[in-house]
Ligand binder design. Structure first.
Ligand code: IPE
Ligand code: IPE
Ligand code: MG
Length: 239
């Protein structure tokens, strides 16, 4: 009997971590408690991805639209982000995981910007894994920023409009060297993209679970990876 090949593990998983507020609400707790529990899920999922051999993990942590939330919730989330970096920096070094950030970072509090820049620089040479945090991120904002970059080159005479192709656009995104996600996970059952990675997700497989983000742990990640392993990716062709 020949051995069956191992199910393919996605090289890049992107997650819309949703449902923190509802998780807290179900318990009669303030929303920030849900975000705190969600930070535990982040830690668990980063470890599970490392163990499963997932090379890139992108986490949607704060969208451009999330600035519309109450001021106390926003400052609570920023505090949690700082706390998360404090608690996990050693582990990033131990596991040689590179931290990267995508989004309109200039909108974040200065202290957070500095902290993110410091940890990103300190882990920049690692290649065993990549943790990409989407912060003040919007898919449309990213495309607008890319178009500004491209238009600037055209205006400077460095690029001809006819020479612009998909590779040109991809090269002007926030993390141009990162391969497109193979698998997109959304927790809490919502069936929408909420302005996440509009360009990069064009051929990703989707996995939506009703599990709320604070309850999403290693076993849930494995269920998503297993489901991915059973998909047939056709990219428009016949197979
Ligand atoms: C996701 O959980 C976390 C962020 C968007 C920062 P939510 O806060 O959106 O939780 P729900 O969707 O209100 O339950
Ligand atoms: C998407 O969740 C953004 C993040 C997970 C950071 P939201 O809860 O903000 O999205 P909507 O409002 O349900 O679309
Ligand atoms: Mg939500």
């Amino acid at each position: 009997m020949s051995a069956t090949p191992p199910a393919p593990v996605p090289r890049h998983i992107a997650i819309i971590m949703d449902g923190n507020g509802r998780w807290a609400q179900q318990r009669g707790w303030p929303r920030i408690k849900g975000h705190e529990a969600g930070a535990e899920s982040v830690q668990a999922v980063v470890r599970a991805c490392r163990d499963a051999g997932v090379e890139y993990l992108t986490l949607y942590a704060f969208s451009v639209e999330n600035w519309r939330r109450p001021r106390e919730e926003i400052s609570g989330l920023m505090r949690l982000l700082e706390h998360f970096l404090d608690r996990n920096e050693d582990e990033l070094h131990e596991n040689e995981i590179r931290l990267r950030v995508i989004g309109r970072l200039a909108d974040l509090p200065k202290l957070i910007q500095r902290r993110l820049a410091k940890t990103s620089a300190a882990t920049a040479d690692y290649h065993r894994g990549n943790l990409i945090l989407a912060l003040s991120y919007g898919g449309r904002a990213e495309l607008v920023d890319a178009m500004r970059g491209i238009a600037g080159k055209v205006a400077a005479g460095e690029l001809k409009p006819d020479a612009i192709d998909e590779a040109t656009v991809a090269a002007h995104l926030y993390a141009p060297d990162v391969p497109d996600p193979d698998l997109m996970v959304r927790t809490s059952g919502e069936l929408r993209l909420s302005n996440f990675l509009l360009w990069q997700l064009s051929y990703a497989e989707w996995y939506v679970t009703d599990v709320l983000w604070p309850d999403f742990r290693e076993a849930d990640l494995h269920a998503a990876i297993d489901a991915y392993g059973r998909r047939k990716r056709r990219y428009g062709a016949v197979s």
